[in-house]
Design a protein. Structure first.
Length: 425
């Protein structure tokens, strides 16, 4: 501890170094060195504490690390220093975006007035806990149907414009562009850059996805990132991003990390590619393969048409070689003679049937005339009718004064009965 001693006489203003900060006044201020030393001595009494946070910056200088640690639920941050001797004892894969737990002790530099924390130990937050949370989220989303293959959209055969979300100047961007252009040189991209790890990963990716989704020319969207440890890929398992991808109307391809990496984005995407290179190969068709396929199909179509035409020509020649088609006149003449004979026989048959029917009609007419009452009337008989057309058969049925109708061969006449009955009856 620095010791400050007063060297003043009675009535004199003490030097600033001799005034403690708690005793300072406008007439007797303390010095910056005395203030900083007091702060340092106070802070030095703090014990080492374990703190949890996310690394937002990581700068290495001469073997030492100067970084910042951010609270996982707010914007609060602290500065941390990791000396080279401590760095050798902590994991060597630590970096920006990692979720860590660190043992820190407050450290105040008197010369610069900087306040920071010296790290004595640091480790990743229990990855098992994070993976357990991810598995619970995976089960929840699967139960909601977000991973069902029935809801996934088919990719277009040849996209006009490919939307690409990746890190700026990243290897993933180069891989996707190079492999896609090798397969189809005229392919077009609209690339949106986003942080692919750290606290900006999710909001940047969401914003880029929204911009590409709003572009009507974009036919498919690739979200690509190179490999990394599970900590750096956590952003691609964020629930907000997963639900945004599930709600997108444009097909989305996940190309995160390597084959063994499996963020939740792989499950909800319409297509999961093992690497960014694989994504380019599966989204863009190979122009050479397509040309070879077209040539093969054209060859097969030509061969089939040639075979069909040749078969039809041979069949036509076979039909033309038959006697009926080679010389049809004799067959027509034979059929014409048969037709004439059949026609003659038909006419004779009809004539005979008409004669027979005529004779039968004459006979029936004669029989009918013989049985007809008209023939009887023609011989001089008459028929007497009472009123209502009743035939009179008994004279007793016609008393005197009864009106009668007498029908003879040629007409009828009216009469009145006199009531007398002839003896000749």
């Amino acid at each position: 501890m620095t010791v400050f001693e007063a060297a003043t006489g009675p009535g004199e203003t003490p030097p600033a170094d001799a005034v403690a900060p708690r005793d300072s006044t406008a007439d007797a201020p303390t010095s910056v060195a005395r203030l900083n030393a007091t702060i340092r001595d106070f802070i030095a009494r703090w014990n080492t504490v374990w703190v949890e946070g996310e690394i937002t910056s990581w700068n290495v200088r001469a073997g030492n690390v100067f970084a910042r640690l951010k609270d996982t639920r707010s914007d609060a941050q602290i500065s941390i220093r990791i000396w080279s001797s401590v760095r050798a004892r902590i994991p060597n894969d630590l970096g920006v975006g990692d979720h860590v737990v660190a043992a820190v002790k407050s450290d105040y530099f008197v010369k610069s007035g900087d306040f920071s924390f010296a790290v004595s130990a640091m480790k990743h937050v229990g990855l098992g806990d994070q993976l357990e949370r991810l598995e619970r989220l995976r089960a929840q989303l699967r139960q909601e149907g977000l991973f069902d293959s029935a809801r996934k959209k088919r990719l277009p055969f040849l996209p006009h414009v490919i939307g690409l979300i990746t890190g700026e100047r990243s290897d993933a961007e180069k891989d996707v562009h190079r492999n896609a252009e090798l397969r189809w040189p005229q392919v077009r991209f609209r690339t949106e850059y986003a942080a692919v790890q750290g606290d900006r990963c999710v909001p940047d990716t969401l914003a880029a996805l929204a911009r590409l989704e709003a572009d009507p020319e974009v036919d498919v969207i690739i979200i690509a990132r190179g490999g990394g440890d599970p900590q750096t890929l956590l952003g691609f398992s964020d629930e907000r991003l997963i639900r945004a991808v599930a709600a997108a109307s444009t097909p989305v391809v996940s190309a995160i990390g390597h084959e063994n990496d499996h963020p939740l984005l792989d499950d909800v995407a319409d297509l999961r590619a093992s690497t960014p290179t694989d994504a380019a190969k599966r989204v863009v068709p190979d122009v050479g393969e397509q040309r070879a396929l077209i040539a093969q199909l054209r060859s097969r179509a030509t061969m089939r048409l040639t075979q069909r035409v040749g078969h039809d020509i041979a069949q036509l020649e076979q039909l033309r070689s038959r006697p009926v088609l080679r010389s049809p006149d004799p067959i027509i003449e034979t059929r014409a003679q048969e037709l004439w004979l059949l026609l003659s026989r038909g006419r004779d048959t009809v004539s005979r049937q008409l004669d027979t029917a005529g004779r039968r009609t004459t006979e029936l007419r004669a029989s009918l005339r013989a049985l007809s009452p008209a023939a009887t009337l023609a011989r001089g008989y008459a028929i007497a009718h009472l009123e209502g057309g009743v035939i009179l058969r008994d004279a007793a049925d016609a008393p005197a004064g009864t009106a009668l109708t007498i029908t003879v061969d040629r007409g009828s006449l009216a009469a009145v009965s006199d009531g007398e009955i002839s003896e000749g009856r």
